[in-house]
Write a protein that binds this ligand. Structure first.
Ligand code: BGC
Length: 278
């Protein structure tokens, strides 16, 4: 049986009040942005990390100082035993889970003919198998809990953080692009299989967002100008752009949305090269 925290029910300004959210890889970048946005929307957030306990602790403190609820849990999402231990710890601390944000991911770039098997396997293991392991545990927990109408219209929500590179081929990044292509089909298959249990599964596919993963692409004005040629909307995204989208997608305002990929990319998917050519 699901426990309801002291905030209890949903209130107008706090669309995620009473909900418990696990955000993987939440100690930096997009994951940090989503954790802060969800905490501001009333969710109790679990900040998962694999390295950087200081950053996780800093984010927990920041959320608490603003009146939110947060805790940090360490786990390598690509290890089944660690993922299962993290879910047990979350259940002990929060009583259950209502939202999983499958965010943890990495890049290990190399030209195709130079790509080592180790780097291929590492990226697939973290970005794709990691999302599978975390989503499977979430779906099992949601199935046990069922729908609690005063918390949410659905039994649970899974948000996969994908990338524009689930659709845009990316030379020099074959392991990363393949992992995100895999996330796309995994998300849709989960959505199809879990809908009857009132579990919603969707993806957010960010374009270029200012985080450590792509620091080199926007670190200097020259680099940023080069990057902006790919972004019709004329600015590089911020973690908060993804945070606000994730809050909406996890809330009951998106109750009829499942199996969808939301591209949040300033128009990167619009073939910007064709603005002046073709
Ligand atoms: C990658 C970034 C890149 C962006 C747009 C993301 O998925 O992680 O490095 O800037 O896609 O190409």
């Amino acid at each position: 049986m699901k426990s309801v925290n002291s905030q209890g029910m949903k209130s107008a300004g706090q669309v995620l009040a009473g909900q418990r959210a696990l955000i993987t890889g939440a100690n930096s970048g997009i994951g940090e942005g989503i954790a802060k946005s969800m905490a501001a929307a009333g969710a109790t957030v679990v900040i998962n990390y694999v390295r950087g306990p200081e950053d996780a602790a800093r984010i927990v403190d920041e959320i608490k100082s603003r009146g939110g609820q947060a805790l940090a849990l360490e786990a390598d999402v690509s290890r089944e035993d660690q993922v299962q231990a993290m879910y047990r710890q979350m259940t002990d601390a929060c009583g259950g889970i209502d939202i999983l944000v499958n965010n943890a991911g990495m890049q290990k770039d190399a030209a195709f003919t130079d790509m080592s098997l180790a780097d291929w396997e590492l990226v697939i293991r973290v970005n794709l198998t990691g999302q599978f392991l975390c989503a499977r545990e979430a779906a099992r927990a949601f199935t046990r809990q069922g729908v609690i109408p005063e918390i949410s219209s659905s039994a649970g929500k899974i948000i996969c953080i994908s990338s524009v590179h689930e659709a845009i081929p990316w030379a020099g990044h074959i392991n990363y692009a393949a992992s995100k292509g895999g996330v796309m089909m995994m998300m849709k298959t989960m959505a199809q299989e879990l809908a009857a249990r009132k579990i919603r599964v969707n993806s957010i596919a960010p374009g270029a967002i200012k985080t450590p993963i792509n620091h080199d692409a926007w670190a200097t004005p020259e680099k940023e100008a080069e990057l902006l040629k790919l972004i019709p909307y004329g600015r590089v995204g911020e973690p908060d752009d993804i945070g606000r989208t994730a809050v909406w997608l996890a809330s009951d305002q998106a109750d009829y949305v499942t199996g969808a990929t939301l591209y949040v990319d300033g128009g990167m998917m619009l073939y910007p090269g064709f603005r002046t050519g073709g």
